[in-house]
Design a protein around this ligand. Structure first.
Ligand code: MFK
Length: 558
């Protein structure tokens, strides 16, 4: 018999996910867990079953833009892949957005929805992108208080009926930049009927098959910068299905997320409505950013979980040098680090989901709002970096097979690589985190108190060293902050990424330790403890202050 390698396979992705089930058992009241579990079982079955099979079969399909019909009419029609078409229906029917707004379980509905998204994401080729923006748009419109837009759009964004379901775009990036959005050049002018019309180019519009979009434009005469922009709502097509003065110039040729029809657009007088006032567009679109950043973290956890699930399954099947790979101490050790990073990411993203849910239900104390504002960028930037590192290491765990396209493995790395880039790069979010600390660093104190409260519950001696590592990293971050504030803006900015990563990873370690103690007490399970212990050894404190003059010297032209 010639040798044939068994490929890695997946089971029910809910049943197989010890961490997800354990976490939900901790945070959800028993009756809520009982009520939501069938939906998670079903999504886990789809994700490990027909969606995953279809994803592998659908590998070579990509979105196509047809700009002209046979008779010379401009049509700008985008066809998405078969899996994306199915994903839209499944997402609507299973309430991957709707669950958060139906609020059957109050603030826990956000956790339930994120669990659905986490299971759905890795088998649906980043269909999570339009869903994230849809969720962000519903959240933003509800926060805007614009009742006519809420009545018009939110029922579509949050329905379970696929025939009525809308997705939303989030059009921010222009040629002037994706980070410094205040430079946007799109202008808004009122026509003779008083209708606002938008003119400009949007350089990166994700999932351009949406029915509506939230976007920024500068009303004529407004000041420069983010304050002079206004937040607009628009619908892409008229009743006959024609684009409303929007030209789709081309689809982007990207490293990853290749199933996402990301386009360059020209707005040539697109009718739009003000969402809330004629200025402060950046501030007004921020609720959307915070929701899409939450999705970014959930997606990071989901892609990491998929990478590790496949790598572990393969290690059980693959034999080399006389035994299964999983029996090899070095291979097992490598996989264990990946699992620990994954668990850390999971806890961070779901902690932000919990806080977001409570904030939406107005069950949050003022200091917790500060914490949420700080943790959202910290979580996004920390988890995105982890996802890239883990996806890279996971495909290496397959040897050459991980580098071969028809295994379906390389896409994990390509898709993970978008996570640190969109929704704010690591550096931009590090600076945002500094802003979110507040002038008197109150948010840092709230984070520290939350960490202290969590660590006080720890009694297991096996967690003592990890606890010390977390405490010491937080103390170092605090002393660095005090010193950097004295040293001035350049010192703060130079070390901002190292500070943010230190806070992010230290907070992840705190969450891991807290869950480990709970799991030991309630499930008699030591695996969460093993994850926390390992994570503590993987580098928490990244704060080594650096001199910007060295960087300037090294990068100088002469
Ligand atoms: C599956 C994963 C899901 C992902 C799907 C997404 C697909 C879509 C792809 C994209 O659209 S990617 C493009 C996303 N673009 C960004 O994330 C922009 C990145 N840049 C930033 O975040 C900058 O920090 C920012 C544009 C906000 C800086 O602009 P400004 O004009 O310098 O704003 P400034 O002065 O920092 O903030 C203006 C106001 O907004 C302030 O409030 P006030 O007016 O009251 O002072 C800020 O406090 C507030 N603000 C800013 N960011 C906020 C926020 N408020 C709450 N939360 C935030 N995150």
């Amino acid at each position: 018999m010639p040798f044939n390698q068994q490929p890695p396979t997946l089971g029910n992705q809910y049943e197989d996910d010890r961490l997800l089930r354990s976490f939900l058992a901790r945070v959800l009241p028993t009756e809520v867990l009982r009520d939501v579990e069938p939906s998670l079982q079903e999504m886990g079955r789809l994700s490990g079953g027909e969606l995953y099979s279809m994803q592998l079969a659908d590998r070579l399909n990509e979105p196509e833009l047809t700009q002209w019909d046979a008779w010379g009419n401009r049509i700008d029609r985008i066809e998405v892949s078969p899996l994306w078409q199915l994903a839209e229906r499944i997402a609507a029917e299973h309430g991957v957005v709707a669950t958060a707004y139906e609020r059957r379980h109050g603030s826990f509905s956000r956790v339930h929805q994120c669990a659905l998204a986490y299971l759905f994401t890795p088998s649906t080729d980043i269909y999570s992108c339009p869903l994230a923006m849809t969720d962000g748009a519903a959240h933003t419109l509800l926060a805007s208080g614009n009742q006519s837009l809420i009545d018009r759009a939110v029922p579509h964004l949050t329905t379970r009926n696929p025939a009525e379901f809308w997705t939303s775009g989030q059009w921010m990036t222009e040629l002037t930049g994706g980070s410094d959005v205040g430079l946007s050049e799109t202008v808004a002018r009122q026509d003779a009927e008083g209708v606002w019309r938008l003119y400009g180019r949007k350089w990166f519009t994700s999932a351009t098959t949406s029915q509506m979009a939230l976007t920024l434009a500068r009303p004529d005469g407004n000041e420069a910068g983010g304050r002079g922009l206004a937040l607009f709502y628009l619908e892409m097509r008229d009743a006959e299905g024609h684009l409303r003065n929007i030209r789709i110039d081309r689809l982007k040729d990207k490293l990853g997320t290749r199933k996402v029809p990301t386009a360059e657009l020209t707005l040539t007088g697109t009718p739009a409505e003000l969402v809330c006032g004629r200025s402060n567009g950046v501030r007004n679109i921020a609720p959307m950013l915070n929701i899409t950043r939450l999705w970014n973290g959930i997606s990071a956890a989901a892609l990491m979980r998929r990478s590790v699930a496949l790598a572990v399954d393969y290690a059980r099947k693959r034999v080399a040098f006389g035994s299964q790979l999983i029996e090899k101490p070095l291979h097992a050790d490598t996989l264990m680090s990946l699992q620990s990073e994954t668990e850390a990411t999971f806890h961070f993203a779901f902690y932000v989901a919990e806080l977001t849910g409570r904030s939406e239900m107005k069950e949050i104390r003022e200091e917790e709002s500060l914490l949420l504002r700080l943790l959202t960028p910290l979580m996004k930037l920390t988890t995105a970096k982890q996802a890239v590192a883990v996806a890279s290491e996971a495909i290496e765990a397959f040897g050459g097979a991980g580098y071969v396209e028809d295994t379906g493995l390389p896409v994990l790395l390509r898709d993970a690589q978008v996570l640190p880039i969109w929704e704010g790069t690591t550096n931009v979010l590090s600076l945002d985190a500094l802003r979110a600390l507040g002038s008197d660093c109150q948010a840092f104190q709230v984070l520290k108190s939350e960490a202290k409260r969590s660590l006080e519950t720890v009694r297991d001696r096996r967690l003592a060293n990890a606890t010390r590592v977390a405490q010491s990293a937080l103390e170092h971050a605090e002393s660095w902050l005090a010193q950097a504030k004295k040293n001035g803006a350049t010192a703060l900015e130079t070390d901002a990424r190292r500070f943010a990563i230190t806070l992010g990873r230290a907070f992840e370690l705190v969450l891991l330790i807290k869950h480990a103690q709970w799991s030991k007490d309630n499930e008699d399970d030591g695996r969460a403890t093993a994850a926390a212990r390992r994570f503590a050894s993987l580098g928490i404190d990244a704060l080594i202050s650096q001199d910007i003059d060295d960087a300037r010297l090294l990068l100088s032209e002469q």
